[in-house]
Ligand binder design. Structure first.
Ligand SMILES: NC(=O)c1ccc[n+]([C@@H]2O[C@H](COP(=O)([O-])OP(=O)(O)OC[C@H]3O[C@@H](n4cnc5c(N)ncnc54)[C@H](OP(=O)(O)O)[C@@H]3O)[C@@H](O)[C@H]2O)c1
Length: 292
């Protein structure tokens, strides 16, 4: 039995689709009350592993986290730490969905151009430069790694897939009136789910993993690929970071993440351009192309 935490979320739903296709035993639970309820859930389901898809992501976007800081902190940092502690007590593997948006490439040469998991996050509370959302997600990493050893923190970044959704990065780019176009690491959500599953099943070394497609890509290039598949968005491209700051309430992270650690476990995702092309090729087609 696999326990997925968070029932109706974007990422949780994709894990559910995946396990349904695989015909694997899983159960999904919400954790809306006291987080200590996790102990009862672990006793009841006796899962082989727990996948935490709970997160406060803000509606319509992470800017909203700035207006509800206490709840965002509770959901993104405290709940993961409580769940990690419970998993440790019950001897259950714990996989937490993290984010890659805890790094910032200022292009100044001060930081590496590609961040590996060994790099200390630099877009977080300690640097006083981040969104509240990113701060709480980075804090979760510190707390989980402080309370348990048998954990995976899988960093997802700007998820995309062939299924249109307000949370799908490709859907967003097809809709925005203005786009910010800098090179960034992004993650095919279907590949992410598959890699999380394989990590748990194969028992790769515990720890933190950047789970992004190799090679960064910019929004403008993604729209060029979309055009080849008949999907167009005539939008304004913003190049000036000062202008960008006036569009969003909270700062956004731009960064490229290294995938070497995952590659060493033979779990690489497919190159970004190819993955994006496949998604536009399958755009909104029925069924689950689990081509991975
Ligand atoms: N989407 C992205 O762009 C993205 C990128 C990187 C990382 N992530 C991470 O991926 C995880 C899932 O994100 P998502 O996009 O699937 O988010 P989502 O669609 O907003 O879903 C969030 C989930 O969190 C649970 N939740 C929200 N508020 C809660 C609260 N107050 N108490 C308890 N549970 C609460 C909900 O559970 P119920 O459905 O059971 O009510 C829901 O399933 C998050 O940790 C997020 O930080 C997301």
């Amino acid at each position: 039995m696999i326990l997925i935490l968070g029932k109706n979320g974007y990422v949780s739903k994709r894990f559910q689709d995946f396990f349904n296709v695989k015909k694997m035993d899983f159960v999904c639970e919400s954790l809306r009350g006291a987080p200590q309820y996790i102990n009862i859930l672990l006793q009841k389901h006796k899962p082989r592993y727990v996948i935490n898809c709970i997160g406060y992501t803000g509606v319509p976007n992470i800017d909203e986290c700035e207006n509800n800081k206490e709840e965002c902190l509770r959901v993104n940092s405290i709940i993961p730490a409580v769940v990690a502690t419970a998993c440790k007590e019950f001897g259950i593997k714990f996989l937490h969905v993290g984010t890659g948006c805890i790094y910032q490439d200022y292009g100044s040469g001060e930081y590496p151009t590609m961040f590996s998991e060994k790099e200390t996050p630099n877009f977080c509370f300690g640097y006083n430069n981040c969104s509240w959302y990113s701060g709480t997600k980075e804090l979760a990493e510190t707390m989980i790694s402080g309370v348990c050893k048998e954990y995976y923190i899988m960093r997802l970044r700007m998820p995309f897939s062939h299924v249109s959704n307000p949370k799908n990065y490709l859907s967003k780019l097809l809709k925005y009136k203005k786009i910010w176009s800098r090179n960034n690491s992004i993650t095919n959500l279907d590949e992410f789910v598959n890699v999380c599953y394989l990590s748990l099943e194969q028992g790769i070394p515990y720890g933190i993993y950047n789970v992004v497609n190799p090679q960064p890509i910019c929004a403008q290039d993604i729209l060029e690929i979309a055009k080849k598949f008949g999907l167009e968005n005539e939008c304004e491209i913003i190049k000036d970071s000062e202008v960008m700051k006036t569009i969003t309430q909270s700062p956004r992270s731009d960064c490229t993440l290294s995938t070497n650690k995952l590659k060493e476990c033979n779990l690489e995702l497919i190159p970004t351009r190819e993955s994006v092309s496949r998604c536009f090729g399958y755009w909104e087609k029925e069924g689950n192309p689990f081509w991975l």
